[in-house]
Design a protein around this ligand. Structure first.
Ligand SMILES: [Zn+2]
Ligand SMILES: [Zn+2]
Length: 342
């Protein structure tokens, strides 16, 4: 079968690999779509230290193709989303379904399929345990694939901030790409806090407006953006700042716009540093660095999509165009989420 492989180089390779067969306890999934995520660029650039070779693709959905010995309760052709961060399955965090915070992460062979183990940018992928599968119901796999990261990650970040997101609060989404465009929709679905979308690109801001963001701020000029946001939210400052980019200018922006008793959530892996000095960020500010989300939260995200509250804006490409799609992603030329079809 065809697969998009990380071979230790900045450029992935589309090549033929043997079609895998499920071992005991495993499940073979026929891939319906694999999302192309910005964090893959950090894998390809070596900046997060995951060693190859392996098949890329950590946002996957499809249909059960075969089950290994001892797997029951699932049948062929059932549509499923694959939960991405594979934990040990037995520690306290994993038992609460938060495998994204597995206590044994340092000794696990990989972060998950597409992140050390073979992922979903192929016709088939092996999922090591059925506990990592979420039923899709009537949701199409190609629509569901991006939800497993591009929606789950912001959902997890937003859920933790919900106590602060009262109707008189404000929330800023910094970066309206794959994750940010889902964050805007999740915030609209879960809160009535005043929503401000911020990005350096007008096309991304237009997208945010289409998705229901009322206030749009171009952040190309940091000082001007701080002023603009401050004039929108007044003296109280921003209540929750969600940074889906994580580069120095966006981290600095978040630190300068939040008010007292606020929250800065840094999701993006851009390598920015949050500096602290007395009252900067302001007193009472919580800082959070969430990673991905739990299995139960993925079920909640799927439910939000099934009910029509959120929808990934998907642009599909054939698997063989993977190299070109990563190049477009690198140049910021993807609206919403690119999904590869095998
Ligand atoms: Zn990702
Ligand atoms: Zn664990």
């Amino acid at each position: 079968m065809r697969a998009v492989r990380y071979i230790g180089e900045a450029r992935p390779q589309v090549m033929d690999v043997p079609t895998p067969a499920p071992g005991p306890g495993e499940v073979l999934v026929r891939i319906g779509g694999a999302g192309v995520c910005g964090s893959d660029l950090h894998v390809l650039d070596h900046s997060i230290g995951i060693k190859g070779p392996f098949t890329l693709g950590h946002e996957n959905a499809g249909w059960i193709a075969a089950v290994g010995q001892g797997v029951s309760g699932w049948k062929e052709a059932d549509p499923v989303a694959v939960y991405g961060p594979w934990g040990c399955g037995i520690c306290h965090s994993c038992q609460t379904s938060a495998e994204n915070y597995c206590e044994h992460h340092a000794s696990l062979p990989s972060y998950g399929g597409g992140l050390g183990s073979d992922g979903g940018m192929a016709e088939y992928m092996i999922v090591p345990s059925p506990r990592l599968l979420i039923p899709l119901g009537k949701l199409e796999p190609v629509q569901a694939a991006p939800l497993s990261d591009a929606a789950l990650t912001p959902y997890h970040a937003i859920k933790a901030a919900l106590p602060l997101l009262t109707p008189d609060a404000s929330v800023v989404v910094v970066g309206v790409g794959g994750l940010g465009h889902m964050a805007v929709q999740i915030l609209r679905a879960l809160t009535s806090a005043r929503l401000i979308a911020a990005d350096v690109e007008q096309a991304k801001l237009d997208h945010a407006r289409d998705l229901g963001a009322v206030h749009l701020v171009n952040t190309s000029d940091g000082d001007r953006a701080v002023e603009e946001i401050r004039s929108l939210v007044g003296e109280r400052g921003v209540t929750v700042a969600l940074d889906f980019v994580g580069v120095q200018p966006t981290v600095d922006l978040c630190s300068r716009i939040v008010g007292r008793a606020s929250r800065i959530t840094i999701v993006g892996l851009g390598g920015g540093v949050l500096h602290y000095s007395a009252n900067q960020p302001p007193y009472g500010c919580e800082v959070s660095v969430p990673y991905w989300g739990s299995r139960v939260e993925l079920m909640e995200v799927i439910a939000l999509a099934q009910a029509g509250y959120i929808k990934a804006d998907v642009e599909t490409f054939p698997l063989v165009q993977a190299v070109e799609v990563y190049e477009r992603l690198r140049q910021g030329r993807i609206r919403g989420r690119a999904v590869l079809l095998p």
